[in-house]
Design a protein around this ligand. Structure first.
Ligand SMILES: [Zn+2]
Length: 287
């Protein structure tokens, strides 16, 4: 797998994870999150699953027209990389909100082996070990949070709407309220998503960012001759985390773009919507 990187830094590692039943699943992992010793995590690729066609092969969406059996098998494999089963996942219900849910063992399996009794949830937080927080992407920005002091975690989905509404900060605030998290103790990762060169937006989206990032507009928006803009969601999310009090050295920002790597990662833009979902997963280890 030849992934195109935006810089040569060692931000993400591609690993091949062999599960109990013998399948080998390629996954992306952040050394910065690994180093905490507190969590298991990954970001998936298109490889290592059983789905076909536009969903080939590791599609993690039940709602885009793929065969349910195939998607279940894909999830079984991802659970296997955590040494877990599908009963250990808890899913978001992503609708571009900034709603964050505090998750407990009561929620185990919700979204896959049990009905979700909640809706419109774009972020999940927990301080209970063994729960796999599960979020889904195809260009939008995944955010990972590990509170090393209070042993709590969070994962959220931050597309352009989530970014304008500072989903990163909202997730941190939810962790502070629930677990007493101090942003200084957070290790964060900004996950594989669409890069500035691939992400052209119209004036109304640009205008929302000008309003939301008044002091840093020139760091995230580039005006073009056609009246459109290139938008840097990676930098915008970094700015949000820094502003919330996370230390610069504790933030790992992806150098992998979903659209630049359409062959190996699902991209909504690059595929014109004919695509499956990638997954971002985070679990607190049992200590
Ligand atoms: Zn790109």
């Amino acid at each position: 797998m030849e992934l195109k990187k935006k810089n040569e830094k060692e931000i993400l590692q591609l690993v091949e994870c062999e599960i109990e039943t013998g399948e080998k699943i390629p996954l992306l992992r952040y050394p910065l999150l690994e180093k905490t010793g507190l969590v298991e995590h990954c970001f998936t690729t298109r490889m290592g699953g059983v789905s076909e066609g536009i969903f080939s092969s590791m599609n993690l969406s039940f709602t885009r027209g793929d065969d349910e059996k195939a998607v279940k098998e894909n999830f079984r494999r991802i659970a296997g990389t955590f040494g877990k089963s599908c009963n250990d996942f808890v899913f978001t219900d992503q609708t571009h909100t900034t709603n964050v849910r505090k998750v407990t063992k009561e929620d185990l399996g919700k979204g896959i082996t049990k009905e979700r009794d909640y809706a419109d949830i774009d972020g999940l937080i927990t301080n209970e070990p063994g729960i796999i927080l599960s979020t889904f992407f195809a260009d939008c920005v995944p955010l990972y949070f590990v509170d090393t002091k209070n042993k709590a975690i969070g994962m959220s989905h931050s597309g352009w709407r989530g970014t304008v509404n500072r989903m990163g900060k909202v997730t941190i605030d939810a962790m502070t309220e629930a677990y007493g998290t101090n942003p200084k103790d957070l290790i964060c990762a900004i996950g594989p998503s669409i890069c500035v060169d691939c992400y052209e937006v119209s004036f109304d989206v640009a205008e929302a960012f000008m309003e939301a990032f008044k002091d840093n507009t020139d760091e995230i928006l580039y005006a073009k001759e056609n009246g459109k803009y290139q938008l840097n969601l990676w930098r915008a999310n970094e700015l949000i985390l820094l502003e919330a009090g996370v230390r610069k050295e504790n933030i790992a920002t992806t150098n992998l773009c979903t659209s630049c790597n359409e062959k190996y990662l699902f991209s909504h833009r690059a595929s014109h919507g004919k695509r499956g979902n990638l997954g971002g997963f985070l679990m607190l280890n049992v200590s």
